[in-house]
Design a protein around this ligand. Structure first.
Ligand code: GAR
Length: 225
């Protein structure tokens, strides 16, 4: 009789606010086996987030944690932390989670908290990245996956994927092109963490034990793999 195979899967908590297409890419990568991980909880700060339905369809526990107008950021984040820890994830993924997190929360999960941002950081931190890239006449744009630190969209960047900006692009068409790259980039980077290949060491990133000179950048015509 063949010995029972034990597959160790990294537990992921995913935080969302809306559509959840990046969450779906992570769920799909877990289901297909390309990502040796499982999503153990999905938490949204918006009750109607479509991503909650995606998670429920995948039989993942969901929570909507809403902030009322009087809720202090620290109180919200303390509740969020308790909720996350109840599910004991190894990694916490921000996937379109549109809330700024308190320094205390970010410090607590340092090295285990990742974000995907729709720009080639350090360019275009914050909101409306596609609009700003178009207005600046960029020829290239893209997305970044980074460790979250106290500095908003300023943590060490692990990997980026570029897209071309086309002359007739609108904010919508450019966002869609970037989103498609996000769906390949985020699962790959999470896989590197799940496999123990990437570690945050102070403010440096170690890849297979060696300090990275900069993010791994996937060019406009390069497959993300
Ligand atoms: C993604 O494009 C992600 O990069 C962005 O929100 C979108 C969420 O889409 N995140 C941020 O802007 C964070 N500052 P999704 O809900 O379909 O995954």
């Amino acid at each position: 009789m063949a010995a029972a195979e034990t597959v160790l899967r990294t537990k992921l908590a995913v935080l969302i606010s809306g559509e959840g297409s990046n969450l779906q890419a992570i769920l799909d990568a877990c289901a297909s086996g390309t990502l040796p991980a499982e999503v153990c909880v999905v938490i949204s700060n918006r009750a109607g987030a479509h991503g909650l339905r995606r998670a429920a369809a995948a039989q993942v526990p969901i929570h909507a944690l809403l902030a009322t107008s009087g809720t202090a950021r620290e109180d919200y984040d303390a509740t969020l932390r308790i909720l996350i820890e109840r599910h004991a994830p190894e990694l916490i993924l921000l996937a379109g989670f549109m809330r700024v997190l308190s320094d205390e929360f970010v410090r607590h999960f340092r090295g285990r908290l990742l974000n995907i941002h729709p720009a080639l950081l350090p360019k275009y931190r914050g909101l409306h990245t596609h609009r700003r890239a178009l207005a600046a006449g960029e020829h290239e744009h893209g997305c970044s996956v980074h460790f979250v630190t106290e500095e908003l969209d300023g943590g060490p960047v692990i990997a980026q994927a570029k897209v071309p900006v086309k002359p007739d692009d609108s904010e919508t068409s450019l966002a869609a092109r970037v989103r498609e790259r996000e769906h390949a980039l985020y699962p790959l980077v999470v896989r590197w963490l799940a496999e123990g290949r990437i570690k945050l060491d102070g403010s440096r990133i170690l890849f297979d034990g060696q300090p990275m000179a900069g993010p791994r950048v996937f060019g406009v015509n390069e497959d993300i793999a």
